[in-house]
Design a protein around this ligand. Structure first.
Ligand code: TXA
Ligand code: MG
Length: 348
């Protein structure tokens, strides 16, 4: 029997084909049973919802790639519940002393949390790459599922490839309803943006994908500088960075400075920007035409990140209109937000 589900703007999604589980004992037990059986379930994390499947099962992995329509050469992050498990996925003994020390420091400082560490993989893991990406997520219900299953879960973001990542169960339903075995509804994701992906290389530590955790926080924990911009070569070894991402389905998308926004301000284009930038435009240009949708996401990267994907999905309410994204200030703490805005606008 299809379930009713309340959408984020209180519209009703008429039928829901993938069952919705609650974050209680029964929901946890059902999610574990599906995962054990090589099925796939969307789970909440502190960054975005992930689409979980047994990482060691080729059956579950194919289901993830198929449901997401994900390019086969884009590797997945392995999620575990303990540092001990994480160590066992890496070729821990083969890591240099310096990288072992870095791994331990990063794990102590940021796990569970929004950091994904890439390093040489253990020889017991059979996959094409020489490296593996590992993270311990923070959200209690998902850690409990990881603890009970006691096997690693592969978890890409729970959206069809190219669309914005989901920060609510209703976002997951928008693109994956009927394509996955269940969704565990844990409410809104606290962070709203993906984890920071770093690679522990021989010579340098590099950020492959900026994310919720800032480069400055990582440097402070390590006591050394890291490389912040991935080169083309890095992108090729972290293929997720090469694809179109986060794109809402609207007419046209532009990422522009507030100074260039006047012409659009008086059109029915949807606007997304910082509160102070939107307020400043309203002062200079006057009110927007009545049907136009204007979304002010707060002035700090934390608030902006938490609301960004929700705003991109909300913009799809007006598919026939253009979407104007206002550029936030440059600077390290805005790096992940700027990365996602540029990708949404097809500029990377
Ligand atoms: O916050 C997150 O990281 C979320 C939650 C669910 O944990 N997951 C997520 O997964 O964003 P996904 O698949 O959407 O992005 C994973 C990124 C991709 O850019 C992929 O190319 C990269 O991590 N990646 C995975 N394994 C890698 C590896 N061995 N070397 C380099 N990059 C890797
Ligand atoms: Mg993703």
């Amino acid at each position: 029997m299809p379930l009713l589900y309340t959408d984020y703007m209180n519209a009703i999604v008429p039928h829901c084909l993938s069952p919705i589980l609650q974050p209680d004992e029964s929901g946890i037990a059902q999610a574990c049973a599906i995962l054990q059986d090589e099925g796939i379930v969307a789970l909440p994390t502190e960054t975005v919802y992930g689409l979980a499947g047994k990482a060691l099962s080729s059956v579950a992995l194919s289901k993830i790639y198929e449901a997401k329509n994900r390019p086969a050469n884009n590797p997945l992050i392995w999620h575990v519940h303990s540092l001990e498990k994480a160590r066992s996925l890496f070729a821990y003994d083969a890591l240099s002393i310096a990288n072992k020390r870095r791994l331990e420091r990063l794990a102590r400082s940021f796990w569970p949390g929004p950091l994904t560490i890439v390093a040489q993989k253990s020889s017991s893991i059979d996959c094409a790459l020489a490296t593996i990406a590992v993270r311990i997520p923070q959200t209690a219900v998902t850690r409990e599922i990881l603890r009970r299953c006691d096997f690693p879960l592969a978890m890409p973001s729970a959206n069809i490839s190219t669309r914005p990542s989901p920060t609510k169960a209703s976002h997951v339903l928008k693109t994956l309803d009927g394509r996955i075995d269940a969704i565990l509804d844990g409410g809104d994701c606290e962070g709203g943006l993906e984890s920071t992906v770093i690679v522990l290389g021989e010579e340098t530590i590099k950020i492959l994908r900026p994310g919720l955790l800032s480069a400055a926080a990582i440097e402070a924990a390590l006591g050394e500088t890291i490389v912040r911009t991935a080169s083309l070569e890095d992108v090729l070894c972290s293929p997720g960075q090469a694809y179109l991402h986060y794109a809402p389905q609207v007419q046209k998308i532009a990422l522009i400075q507030a100074d260039d926004a006047a012409q659009f301000w008086r059109s029915d284009a949807t606007f997304i920007g910082r509160t102070s930038t939107i307020d400043e435009l309203a002062r200079k240009e006057g009110p927007r035409p009545a049907p136009a949708l204007t979304m002010a996401l707060g002035d700090t990267p934390i608030f902006f990140a938490k609301e960004l994907y929700q705003a991109l999905y909300a913009a799809e309410k007006h598919k026939e209109r253009d979407l104007v994204l206002l550029t936030p200030p440059s600077g390290d703490e805005w790096a992940a937000v700027i990365d996602r805005l540029s990708r949404a606008a097809g500029m990377r």
